[in-house]
Design a binder for this molecule. Sequence first.
Ligand code: HEC
Length: 164
Amino acid sequence: MQKKLTIIAVVCGFLVGTWAMAVAGDVALPKADGKAVYDYITKTSPYQQWALYPGKGKLYKGQHPHGALLTTYVSEKAEMALNARAGQFPDGSLIVKENYMPDKLLGAVTVMYRVNGYNPDAGDWFWAKYKADGAIEAEGKVAGCIGCHTAAIGNDWVFTGPIK
Ligand code: HEC
Protein backbone atom coordinates (compact mmCIF):
# COMPACT_ATOMS: atom_id res chain seq x y z
CA MET A 1 0.00 0.00 0.00
CA GLN A 2 2.75 2.38 1.09
CA LYS A 3 4.68 1.59 -2.06
CA LYS A 4 1.66 2.22 -4.29
CA LEU A 5 1.09 5.61 -2.70
CA THR A 6 4.73 6.52 -3.19
CA ILE A 7 4.52 5.62 -6.85
CA ILE A 8 1.35 7.66 -7.28
CA ALA A 9 2.98 10.61 -5.51
CA VAL A 10 6.04 10.40 -7.74
CA VAL A 11 3.96 10.20 -10.91
CA CYS A 12 1.80 13.15 -9.83
CA GLY A 13 4.89 15.17 -8.95
CA PHE A 14 6.35 14.45 -12.35
CA LEU A 15 3.16 15.47 -14.15
CA VAL A 16 2.83 18.71 -12.21
CA GLY A 17 6.50 19.46 -12.81
CA THR A 18 6.22 18.89 -16.55
CA TRP A 19 3.11 21.05 -16.70
CA ALA A 20 4.77 23.84 -14.72
CA MET A 21 7.79 23.78 -17.05
CA ALA A 22 5.57 23.86 -20.11
CA VAL A 23 3.68 26.84 -18.74
CA ALA A 24 6.86 28.63 -17.65
CA GLY A 25 8.35 28.14 -21.12
CA ASP A 26 5.49 30.08 -22.66
CA VAL A 27 5.11 32.65 -19.93
CA ALA A 28 6.95 35.26 -21.96
CA LEU A 29 4.64 34.91 -24.98
CA PRO A 30 2.07 37.69 -25.30
CA LYS A 31 -1.67 37.22 -25.30
CA ALA A 32 -3.52 37.72 -28.58
CA ASP A 33 -3.70 41.49 -28.25
CA GLY A 34 -2.23 44.17 -30.50
CA LYS A 35 -0.46 46.14 -27.78
CA ALA A 36 0.85 43.04 -25.98
CA VAL A 37 2.18 41.61 -29.24
CA TYR A 38 3.86 44.90 -30.18
CA ASP A 39 5.55 45.13 -26.78
CA TYR A 40 6.72 41.56 -27.16
CA ILE A 41 8.22 42.00 -30.63
CA THR A 42 9.87 45.33 -29.85
CA LYS A 43 10.91 44.94 -26.19
CA THR A 44 10.71 41.39 -24.82
CA SER A 45 12.13 39.73 -27.93
CA PRO A 46 13.07 42.39 -30.52
CA TYR A 47 12.16 40.91 -33.87
CA GLN A 48 15.04 42.51 -35.71
CA GLN A 49 17.28 40.05 -33.86
CA TRP A 50 15.34 37.06 -35.21
CA ALA A 51 16.19 35.10 -38.34
CA LEU A 52 15.01 36.33 -41.72
CA TYR A 53 12.34 34.22 -43.42
CA PRO A 54 14.30 31.26 -44.84
CA GLY A 55 15.34 31.90 -48.43
CA LYS A 56 14.62 35.64 -48.27
CA GLY A 57 17.01 38.52 -47.84
CA LYS A 58 16.23 42.02 -46.67
CA LEU A 59 14.12 44.35 -48.81
CA TYR A 60 12.89 41.79 -51.32
CA LYS A 61 10.20 42.73 -53.80
CA GLY A 62 6.63 42.44 -52.48
CA GLN A 63 3.20 42.46 -54.04
CA HIS A 64 0.01 44.36 -53.39
CA PRO A 65 -1.27 45.03 -50.68
CA HIS A 66 1.96 44.79 -48.74
CA GLY A 67 4.88 47.11 -49.42
CA ALA A 68 6.97 47.45 -52.55
CA LEU A 69 9.90 46.10 -50.53
CA LEU A 70 9.60 43.62 -47.69
CA THR A 71 11.79 42.29 -44.91
CA THR A 72 10.30 39.36 -43.02
CA TYR A 73 11.50 37.94 -39.72
CA VAL A 74 10.47 34.68 -38.04
CA SER A 75 10.59 33.77 -34.35
CA GLU A 76 12.67 30.79 -33.32
CA LYS A 77 9.70 28.40 -33.26
CA ALA A 78 8.60 29.51 -36.71
CA GLU A 79 12.14 29.30 -38.05
CA MET A 80 12.57 25.73 -36.76
CA ALA A 81 9.26 24.65 -38.28
CA LEU A 82 10.14 26.19 -41.65
CA ASN A 83 13.58 24.63 -41.74
CA ALA A 84 12.13 21.25 -40.78
CA ARG A 85 9.25 21.67 -43.25
CA ALA A 86 7.11 20.68 -40.27
CA GLY A 87 3.85 21.07 -42.20
CA GLN A 88 2.45 23.58 -39.75
CA PHE A 89 3.64 26.42 -37.54
CA PRO A 90 3.55 25.45 -33.85
CA ASP A 91 1.64 27.33 -31.18
CA GLY A 92 3.43 30.60 -30.37
CA SER A 93 5.05 31.07 -33.81
CA LEU A 94 5.42 34.68 -34.91
CA ILE A 95 6.06 36.14 -38.37
CA VAL A 96 6.82 39.86 -38.57
CA LYS A 97 6.97 41.60 -41.92
CA GLU A 98 8.24 45.12 -42.48
CA ASN A 99 6.50 46.78 -45.41
CA TYR A 100 8.57 49.47 -47.11
CA MET A 101 7.68 52.12 -49.66
CA PRO A 102 9.65 52.17 -52.92
CA ASP A 103 11.94 54.81 -51.36
CA LYS A 104 12.75 52.39 -48.49
CA LEU A 105 10.71 54.28 -45.95
CA LEU A 106 8.98 51.93 -43.48
CA GLY A 107 5.24 52.09 -44.15
CA ALA A 108 3.84 49.42 -41.84
CA VAL A 109 4.61 46.28 -39.90
CA THR A 110 2.31 43.27 -40.31
CA VAL A 111 2.27 40.31 -37.97
CA MET A 112 0.90 36.79 -37.92
CA TYR A 113 0.89 35.06 -34.54
CA ARG A 114 -0.20 31.44 -34.11
CA VAL A 115 -2.27 31.01 -30.96
CA ASN A 116 -3.79 27.55 -30.71
CA GLY A 117 -7.52 27.79 -30.05
CA TYR A 118 -7.70 31.51 -30.90
CA ASN A 119 -9.59 31.20 -34.20
CA PRO A 120 -9.99 27.57 -35.31
CA ASP A 121 -12.09 28.67 -38.32
CA ALA A 122 -9.13 30.50 -39.83
CA GLY A 123 -5.99 28.64 -38.87
CA ASP A 124 -5.67 30.02 -35.34
CA TRP A 125 -3.73 33.06 -36.55
CA PHE A 126 -3.88 36.39 -34.74
CA TRP A 127 -3.34 39.22 -37.26
CA ALA A 128 -1.99 42.69 -36.63
CA LYS A 129 -0.95 45.71 -38.63
CA TYR A 130 1.02 48.57 -37.12
CA LYS A 131 2.06 51.93 -38.49
CA ALA A 132 5.79 52.63 -38.53
CA ASP A 133 5.45 54.35 -35.14
CA GLY A 134 3.72 51.31 -33.61
CA ALA A 135 0.14 52.64 -33.71
CA ILE A 136 -2.30 49.76 -34.23
CA GLU A 137 -4.08 49.89 -37.58
CA ALA A 138 -5.79 46.49 -37.39
CA GLU A 139 -5.69 43.55 -34.99
CA GLY A 140 -7.39 40.30 -34.20
CA LYS A 141 -9.45 38.13 -36.54
CA VAL A 142 -9.09 40.70 -39.34
CA ALA A 143 -11.42 39.78 -42.20
CA GLY A 144 -9.27 41.47 -44.87
CA CYS A 145 -6.11 39.61 -43.90
CA ILE A 146 -7.93 36.30 -43.54
CA GLY A 147 -9.81 36.70 -46.82
CA CYS A 148 -6.68 37.08 -48.90
CA HIS A 149 -4.43 34.69 -46.97
CA THR A 150 -7.06 31.96 -47.44
CA ALA A 151 -5.45 31.53 -50.86
CA ALA A 152 -2.44 30.10 -49.00
CA ILE A 153 -4.46 27.79 -46.75
CA GLY A 154 -2.59 24.76 -48.09
CA ASN A 155 0.65 26.28 -46.78
CA ASP A 156 -0.70 27.04 -43.29
CA TRP A 157 -1.97 30.48 -44.55
CA VAL A 158 1.50 31.72 -45.41
CA PHE A 159 2.75 32.81 -48.85
CA THR A 160 6.41 33.63 -48.51
CA GLY A 161 7.97 30.17 -48.45
CA PRO A 162 7.00 26.53 -47.96
CA ILE A 163 6.27 25.04 -44.55
CA LYS A 164 5.59 21.62 -46.15
C1 HEC B 1 -4.84 40.98 -51.08
C2 HEC B 1 -4.09 39.95 -50.39
C3 HEC B 1 -3.52 40.17 -49.00
C4 HEC B 1 -4.07 40.82 -47.93
C5 HEC B 1 -5.38 41.57 -47.85
C6 HEC B 1 -3.13 40.66 -46.84
N1 HEC B 1 -2.05 39.93 -47.24
FE1 HEC B 1 -0.45 39.42 -46.08
N2 HEC B 1 0.46 38.63 -47.70
C7 HEC B 1 -0.06 38.56 -48.98
C8 HEC B 1 0.96 38.07 -49.89
C9 HEC B 1 0.78 37.84 -51.38
C10 HEC B 1 2.11 37.84 -49.11
C11 HEC B 1 3.47 37.37 -49.59
C12 HEC B 1 4.42 38.55 -49.57
C13 HEC B 1 4.34 39.40 -50.77
O1 HEC B 1 4.88 39.00 -51.78
O2 HEC B 1 3.74 40.50 -50.73
C14 HEC B 1 1.75 38.16 -47.73
C15 HEC B 1 2.59 38.01 -46.67
C16 HEC B 1 2.26 38.28 -45.35
C17 HEC B 1 3.08 37.98 -44.20
C18 HEC B 1 4.38 37.20 -44.25
C19 HEC B 1 4.04 35.71 -44.13
C20 HEC B 1 3.36 35.17 -45.37
O3 HEC B 1 2.13 34.94 -45.34
O4 HEC B 1 4.02 35.01 -46.39
C21 HEC B 1 2.46 38.48 -43.11
C22 HEC B 1 2.94 38.43 -41.69
C23 HEC B 1 1.22 39.09 -43.57
N3 HEC B 1 1.12 38.94 -44.93
C24 HEC B 1 0.30 39.70 -42.74
C25 HEC B 1 -0.88 40.27 -43.19
C26 HEC B 1 -1.80 41.00 -42.34
C27 HEC B 1 -1.63 41.23 -40.85
C28 HEC B 1 -2.82 41.43 -43.14
C29 HEC B 1 -4.02 42.26 -42.77
C30 HEC B 1 -3.79 43.50 -42.07
C31 HEC B 1 -2.53 40.96 -44.49
N4 HEC B 1 -1.36 40.26 -44.48
C32 HEC B 1 -3.35 41.18 -45.58
C33 HEC B 1 -1.33 38.92 -49.35
C34 HEC B 1 -2.23 39.61 -48.55
